[in-house]
Design a protein around this ligand. Structure first.
Ligand code: TPP
Length: 557
């Protein structure tokens, strides 16, 4: 039975846990430490589920993924120095990907602060450049206030990470801290004048483009944007790793502006006369290495709609700046009516289809584009697909079709090891949905130990490990810049399928494309966390070129 919240006679740790409940938290991710035992104790009977992870890196990525998916902070608890430093990965991702998350870290007793005490870290210095707010709860009476503020800050404007340190002696102390009610994320709606200006710009534009990205979206907002795009005939593309914001099968979809973007899409954006960037920061990868738009004043008219006012104008000076959340802005779009005949978005969608429809030839017995095309036909539209970083992800970006909101779970900052922890968190959140993690061989072993977490909590995720026995992305860059000089990019791999079986999961090895479908169906059938070890030829380094061709080009430019 869930313990009732009784404001009298609580410890600060109990106040903290009660505050999490008041904020609607249903699950936390952690690696335990002796520094926060009172919190672990208060969690018993609280109704909040606890996922114990094998490494704080995995735990913090799970919390970040939870925040990215739900729009409310994912919660991670880690111990002092070793836990906090291991757990910093999720904080970096949350910052770059604009995901709400709170990392609670243990801290030394107040009386020992500054003595370089056991595992002491100055968290303000350590996380200061990454987190939106870093603080220590030094007064037990302020626990409720500080935790509620952490929620407010993490969710405000451009969302992101907050780090709260919990001194060892504060947690068991009696606390008369008042509780704070549920904190809702603040929505910012566009003003009438801004929407009128936008209507004027649309009426003057012959080649508009819509770029969707960032956080603070909803399923409903996606539908509103799709109706707007269709009404005006505007081609829609998505920013790096936000492909799920627009149905890839929609006749207005023009593709995603990530790594390995369709050159025809890049040209189309460059030549447009009006770009509406909705929620996208237009980061380095989306902007194709800051080459898509002139800096600081883009060549076309740029309308930048963003939920954090401080981000607007960071790189690009917009013709029209609109401080609004994508959800509120999308709702306002419903009122706009075209003054001109709709533009024809079909050529843009045709370019996308031509680019992504058919598998391409690939050296060796395993063809990744055929596997991606099989997956896109086989998986239900609401399946969640996560990945980490590596060249294998180029096949996802190009050939997979994300059709529903929030089905793509990948980092904008290209963090290796993200796929499996994100998948574990998503399967815990949506037990009924199919959840896949796609990983490279180097990528997977960064957090592969979290397969044990999937086993422990009976979360049947399916992991595909694409094994080419190299750190392919870096080898590719090496061949481009130092042709033939291979340094530190080779890998000797374990039998990943046997590893999965030894953990208690399903494991199979695939060495021919034709064997993939049966192995995948067997993985689904097993009902266990599963791993498919897909061995492919390193020569096929991207969907469109080979290692040999890259080396030859570098030698004879
Ligand atoms: C945590 C982390 N460390 C290092 C890198 C740099 N990095 C980017 S991709 C990559 C290699 C990925 O190799 P693999 O997982 O084998 O995939 P492949 O590129 O071969 O498909 C590396 C080392 C990174 N992005 N993240």
């Amino acid at each position: 039975m869930t313990r009732p919240i009784e404001p009298a006679a609580r410890t600060a740790a109990q106040v903290l846990v009660d505050q999490l409940r008041l904020q609607g938290v249903t699950r936390i991710f952690c690696v335990p430490g002796e520094s926060y035992l009172p919190v672990l104790d208060a969690l018993l009977g609280s109704g909040i589920a606890v996922t114990v992870c094998r490494n704080e890196g995995g735990a913090s990525m799970m919390a970040e993924a939870w925040g990215k998916q739900t729009g409310r902070p994912g919660i991670c608890f880690v111990t002092r120095g070793p836990g906090a430093t291991n757990g910093s990965g999720g904080v970096h991702i949350a910052q770059q990907d604009s995901s709400p998350m709170i990392l609670f870290v243990g801290q030394v007793e107040r009386e020992n602060r500054g003595r370089d005490a056991f595992q002491e870290v100055d968290y303000r210095a350590f996380f200061g450049g990454m987190a939106k707010w870093v603080a220590e709860v030094n007064e037990p009476e302020r626990m409720g206030e500080m935790v509620a503020k952490a929620f407010a800050v993490a969710m405000a404007g451009r969302q992101g990470p907050v780090v709260l340190a919990l001194p060892h002696d504060v947690l068991p102390s009696p606390s008369l801290s008042p509780d704070v009610p549920f904190v809702a994320a603040v929505e910012t709606a566009p003003g009438e004048a801004a929407m009128n200006s936008l209507a004027d710009l649309l009426a003057q534009s012959e080649r508009p483009m819509l770029i969707l990205g960032g956080g603070r979206w909803s399923d409903a907002a996606g539908g509103q944007v799709a109706r707007f795009a269709q009404k005006f005939g505007i081609p829609v593309c998505t920013s790096f790793r936000r492909a799920h914001l627009f149905d890839a099968t929609h006749p207005n979809y023009a593709g995603d502006l990530g790594l390995g973007a369709n050159p025809k899409l890049v040209a189309r954006v460059k030549q447009s006369d009006l770009v509406i960037a909705l929620g996208a920061r237009l980061n380095e990868l989306t902007s194709q290495g800051y080459t898509l738009f002139d800096i600081p004043v883009p060549q076309m008219k740029l309308v930048h709609v963003y939920p954090g006012a401080e981000e607007i104008g960071r790189v690009y000076h917009p013709h029209l700046a609109i401080h609004a959340t994508p959800s509120a802005f999308a709702a306002a779009l419903e009122a706009l009516e075209p003054r001109l005949a709709p533009i024809d978005a079909r050529p843009a969608h045709r370019d996308y289809r031509d680019w992504s429809e058919k598998p391409l030839p690939q050296p060796g017995a395993v063809n990744l584009s055929e596997i991606m095309c099989w997956l896109r036909d086989h998986l239900p539209a609401d399946a969640i697909v996560s990945n980490g970083a590596g060249n294998y992800s180029a096949w996802i970006h190009r050939f997979f079709r994300f059709r529903r909101f929030n089905t793509q779970m990948a980092t904008v900052c290209g963090f290796m090891g993200y796929g499996l922890p994100a998948a574990v968190a998503m399967k815990a959140l949506y037990p009924q949905r199919k959840v896949l993690a796609l990983a490279g061989d180097g990528d997977f072993l960064m957090t592969g130990q979290e397969f044990a977490t999937a086993i422990q909590y009976r979360l049947p995720v399916i992991v595909l490990v694409f094994d080419n026995a190299i750190l392919g992305t870096i080898r590719m860059h090496q061949e481009r810049e130092y042709p033939g000089r291979v340094s530190a990019t080779g890998l000797v791999n374990p039998d990943f399928a046997a590893m999965a079986r030894s953990f208690g999961g399903f494991g199979a090895t695939i060495e021919k494309t034709a064997d993939f479908a049966a192995a995948f169906l067997a993985a689904e059938e097993s009902g266990l966390p599963a791993l498919l070890h897909v061995k492919f030829d390193a020569e096929g380094i991207t969907p469109s070129t080979t290692l040999t061709a890259i080396t030859a080009k570098a030698r004879n430019p």
